[in-house]
Design a protein around this ligand. Structure first.
Ligand code: SAH
Length: 399
């Protein structure tokens, strides 16, 4: 790959790169030798010229360089191919690749798979990619060629959905499009999780179309739902509801503020022939509903959207988590379980746990933590890039 510029870091800013952290913030740059453009591949050095690695450059962004290679690691031709193969092999080792019961899994989890700024989810032979960094956009066609090589005939289509994720998508005139196939993919837009089937609308749905990261947590909810009354707030795809219904819950309420989300959820309930009168949709604000709770639910799921999308919003996000958790803890019946989650990267595990504990104190009830939950193994966390760990959750028992 052609290197267009040399970026030198300030003396005190080289340490984190030497510790394999993949982000270089713009404030860490001492000087730039050359005139790199958006998405260019650059060499990173210290001020004396010692090579620290290579990466993709984004001008005018707080993360100026996303590292792809460290130290003297050679930048071989098609370096991404081996990394993709390694990511695929990991999913194969985890039992996802040839699994008829679970066909939704994450193939590339950004930094966790050595691809800073790239997310790829797999839905029954269809890959949906979201590019977050201009550098990855530059090699998108080469990536698709590699998918075709790795998956062979099992690849039905590749949908590139980066219009909302690429920082300057508008200026670059980026549209969402099928980079490979489409007909066979569009004929059947569903995928399975533990044998349960879900409609996946990667074109119009949120993110890549489904929240794969909750798979194991939905399964756990199912394991605990038999004979129970369940409230699933922020329900969207009704993933948690479908698992609860399948497991034999006596009543399941899916609550979302959006009518369209509730429709998506009801379609998934019907797809699994679970629309037998036990399920009901409720359009409401989650906090308001919890405040005036009338039903004696045994289990409440709180899976809100990311309240904090960046560090600046952290304080408000914590207040938001505290409010919903406090209301749920206060109003759930004695012996009830609360599945509570946060997918905000800016709120780490410790802060989230402390916030939930503060809610319990305020609610004035006895609360025990039964499970500490997180994202599954197909969303690996690079040990040198802890920011990749974003989903955390707790199962609380309230006495
Ligand atoms: N648990 C879901 C994902 C949640 S996405 C799943 O497993 O698929 C977040 C959802 O929260 C969206 O559908 C959005 O419409 C809904 N939402 C956002 N604010 C809300 C509020 N104040 N009350 C209820 N729902 C809300």
């Amino acid at each position: 790959m052609e290197v267009t510029a040399n970026i030198a870091l300030k003396p005190k800013k080289t340490r984190s790169i030497q510790r394999f952290h993949r982000w270089i913030f713009s404030g860490a740059i001492a000087f730039i030798d050359g005139e790199p453009e958006n998405g260019d591949f650059v060499k990173v050095t210290d001020t004396k010229g010692k090579v620290l690695g290579h990466g993709f450059f984004t001008p005018d962004a707080s993360i100026a360089v996303r590292m792809t290679h460290f130290g003297k690691e050679k930048v071989v031709d098609r370096w991404w191919h081996e990394r993709l193969q390694r990511a695929y092999n990991l999913r194969n080792d985890l039992g996802f690749v040839a699994n008829a019961e679970t066909t939704a899994y994450r193939l590339i989890h950004g930094e966790g798979d050595g691809f800073p700024g790239l997310i790829i989810d797999h839905y029954d032979g269809v890959l949906v990619m979201q590019v977050h960094a201009p550098g990855m956009w530059m090699i998108k066609d080469e990536l698709v060629a590699s998918f075709v090589e790795i998956y062979g005939d099992n690849l039905k289509a590749v949908y590139n959905k980066s219009r909302d994720t690429l920082p300057n998508a508008e200026a670059m005139q980026v549209e969402n499009y099928y980079a490979h196939g489409s007909d066979s993919a569009l004929a059947k837009m569903t995928a399975k999780e533990y044998g349960l089937e879900f409609n996946i609308d990667w074109e119009k749905g949120q993110k890549t179309g489904f929240f794969i990261d909750q798979r194991e947590n939905r399964k756990l909810l199912g394991d605990l739902s038999k004979g129970k009354k369940v409230l699933n707030t922020f329900s969207y795809t009704a993933g948690f509801s479908v698992f609860a219904l399948q497991a034999g819950a006596t009543l399941v309420h899916s609550l979302d503020s959006s009518a369209r989300a509730l429709e998506v959820g009801e379609n998934n309930v019907a797809l699994n022939s679970l629309d037998d009168g036990r399920h009901k949709s409720i359009q409401a604000d989650a906090v308001q509903y919890l405040k005036q709770l009338e039903e004696d639910y045994d289990i409440i799921v709180l899976d809100p959207p990311a309240f904090a999308k960046h560090q600046r919003a952290r304080h408000r996000a914590v207040q938001g988590y505290k409010r919903i958790n406090m209301q749920a803890i206060k109003h759930i019946k004695s012996g009830g379980l609360i599945f509570t989650f946060s997918c905000s990267q800016a709120v780490d595990k410790e802060l989230f746990n402390n916030t939930v504990i503060a809610s319990a104190i305020e609610a004035g009830r006895k609360v025990r933590i039964l499970h500490q939950l997180h994202q599954p193994a197909d969303h690996p966390v690079n040990a040198f890039h802890p920011e990749g760990e974003y989903l955390k959750g707790l199962v609380l028992r309230v006495d």
